[in-house]
Design a protein around this ligand. Structure first.
Ligand code: GAR
Length: 208
C-alpha cells in the first residue's frame, strides 16, 4: 500500500493540526507522511506548529477570485504529489477542480453534529453561538468527506458533546475540540491513509 502524502490546510490556530502531529508521532496515524501545511493566512499560528515539527509549509492567500485561489492551491498540491487533503480549520470553500481530482480524499472537521449548524456562514465560534442560542442539549463534531456542497459530503465519524449550564461559545468550542475534534480527526485520517473507508450511496463504510 502506498504511503500517502498528506497536506493539511489551515487558516488559524491549528489545534487540529497539532492533534494530527501528536497522533502521527504517537504512531496512531500510520501509512501517511505529513508532507505539507498550507495556510491561507500568513499570521496563522499553525505555521509555527509546522515549523516546530519540521513540516514544510506555505502560504496562499485568497484574493477576489475563488477559482484563482483554488488553482494556486491545486498547483501546489500537485507539485508536492499530495494524496490526501485535510481541512483543519480552513475557512474557505474549495473550487470544483480540487474536489473532482481529490474525490473522497479530502477530510473536513466541522464543530457540530452535521446536519445541524452547518453550511455557508457556519464556521468557528459562530457554530457554537448558534447551538447555544437554539438551546440544544447535545452538540459535537463531525469529520466528513468534502464534496461540492458546503459541509454536505458523506459523514465519516461523529462524536457528541453535552452542553453545560454556564457554557459560553468559547467554553463550548474548547470542549468540542478537546473531547471530539482532536480525537475523531486523527482517527479518520488514519482510516483514510490505510484505505479503510469506502463510500456507497453517500454512506461511508469503515472496514476494520
Ligand atoms: C475548529 O473548531 C474547526 O472545527 C473549525 O474551526 C476551528 C479551527 O481551530 N472549523 C470550521 O468551523 C469549518 N467549518 P484550529 O485552527 O485550532 O484547528
Amino acid at each position: 500500500m502506498k504511503v500517502k502524502n498528506i497536506a493539511i490546510l489551515v487558516s488559524g490556530g491549528g489545534t487540529n493540526l497539532q492533534a494530527i502531529i501528536d497522533a502521527h508521532k504517537a504512531g496512531k496515524i500510520t501509512n501517511g507522511r505529513l508532507a505539507l501545511v498550507l495556510s491561507s493566512n500568513e499570521k496563522a499560528y499553525a505555521l509555527q506548529r509546522a515549523a516546530d515539527n519540521g513540516i514544510e509549509s506555505c502560504v496562499i492567500k485568497k484574493g477576489s477570485n475563488r477559482d484563482e485561489f483554488s488553482d494556486a492551491i491545486l498547483a501546489k498540491l500537485e507539485e508536492k504529489d499530495i494524496d490526501i487533503i485535510v481541512l483543519a480549520g480552513f475557512m474557505h470553500i474549495l473550487s470544483g477542480k480540487i474536489i473532482e481530482k481529490y474525490k473522497n480524499k479530502i477530510l473536513n472537521v466541522h464543530p457540530a453534529l452535521i446536519p445541524s449548524f452547518c453550511g455557508e456562514g457556519f464556521y468557528g465560534l459562530h457554530v457554537h453561538e448558534a447551538a447555544l442560542s437554539k438551546g440544544v442539549k447535545v452538540t459535537g463534531a463531525t469529520v466528513h468527506f468534502v464534496n461540492e456542497i458546503a459541509d454536505g459530503g458523506p459523514i465519516i465519524l461523529q462524536k457528541a458533546v453535552y452542553i453545560e449550564e454556564n457554557d459560553t461559545p468559547e467554553t463550548l468550542q474548547r470542549r468540542v475540540m478537546e473531547n471530539a475534534e482532536w480525537e475523531i480527526l486523527p482517527r479518520a485520517l488514519d482510516l483514510l491513509c490505510n484505505e479503510k473507508l469506502s463510500v456507497e450511496n453517500s454512506t461511508v463504510k469503515i472496514k476494520e
